[in-house]
Design a protein around this ligand. Structure first.
Ligand SMILES: CC(C)(COP(=O)(O)OP(=O)(O)OC[C@H]1O[C@@H](n2cnc3c(N)ncnc32)[C@H](O)[C@@H]1OP(=O)(O)O)[C@@H](O)C(=O)NCCC(=O)NCCS
Length: 196
């Protein structure tokens, strides 16, 4: 898949987990295209599978085992999509204490499973996690020249808010996109603010 190896939406910076959201629920809002496809919170037992997805999806700027392990142990949300028990994709959503916007740090679906709805389900679950944490928007960075990814996010309701020249390690520009998130029925902020 041409686009699969071309996009990295994460920014190269140290992660500072500050907030522990409730376990996200997709609540059946995002229709899965097959009955076996589900999203749940990732655990340390998913580490090897997530590393395999990283390797398959990203030629550069991969999350290392250490960063993934730290992400899993942090107060941020790491969600895994699985089909019939096999982890096929994941996403990471970062929260900042007091912040009103969450950040989609990474999202990837193994190329063998792309185009079958897992990415859309993960994106919806990321939005659910952001809402559940009391955030009013989800933002992300995407390679500006990755027409597939930009179009994919645009179809999902994301709009450009900034252009970031020379954002990536290879000097490529990014586009920052954001989507407003309507308030969740329960306006409760997550269970507790937590230092890393
Ligand atoms: C971007 C990505 C997460 C999308 O995941 P996905 O599971 O393929 O997404 P979906 O199946 O939900 O949606 C893909 C869309 O492209 C369409 N599509 C068509 N041909 C496709 C193909 N060969 N592969 C993937 N999608 C294809 C699908 O029909 C679908 O259309 P829709 O949005 O109108 O329904 C995934 O392609 C990926 O991991 N890419 C590599 C990493 C990456 O680029 N991450 C994003 C960083 S910003």
């Amino acid at each position: 898949m041409g686009h699969a190896a071309a996009t990295v939406c994460r920014r190269r910076r140290r992660l500072i987990p500050v907030f522990r959201p409730p376990t996200p629920s997709t609540g059946g809002r995002a229709p899965a295209r097959d009955a076996l496809l589900e999203v749940r919170a990732a655990t340390a037992a998913d580490l090897a599978a997530l590393l395999g997805i990283e390797d398959a999806c990203f030629p550069t700027d991969r999350m290392s085992q250490r960063s993934l392990r730290r992400m899993l142990a942090s107060g941020n949300a790491t969600l895994v999509a699985h089909r019939g028990g096999e982890a096929i994709g994941y996403c990471c959503v970062l929260f900042r204490r007091g912040g009103t916007a969450a950040r989609l740090y990474s999202i990837a679906v193994h190329p063998d499973h792309a185009g079958r709805g897992a990415g859309t389900l993960l994106l919806a679950a990321a939005e659910d996690a952001a809402r559940a944490a009391g955030c009013r928007a989800l933002r992300l960075e995407v390679r500006a020249r990755d027409a597939f990814a930009v179009a994919w996010y645009t179809r999902a309701g994301y709009r450009p808010v900034a252009d970031l020249p020379r954002y990536y390690a290879d000097g490529a520009p990014a586009r920052r996109l954001a989507k407003p998130l309507p308030a969740a029925p329960s306006t409760a902020r997550g269970p507790e603010a937590k230092d890393a």
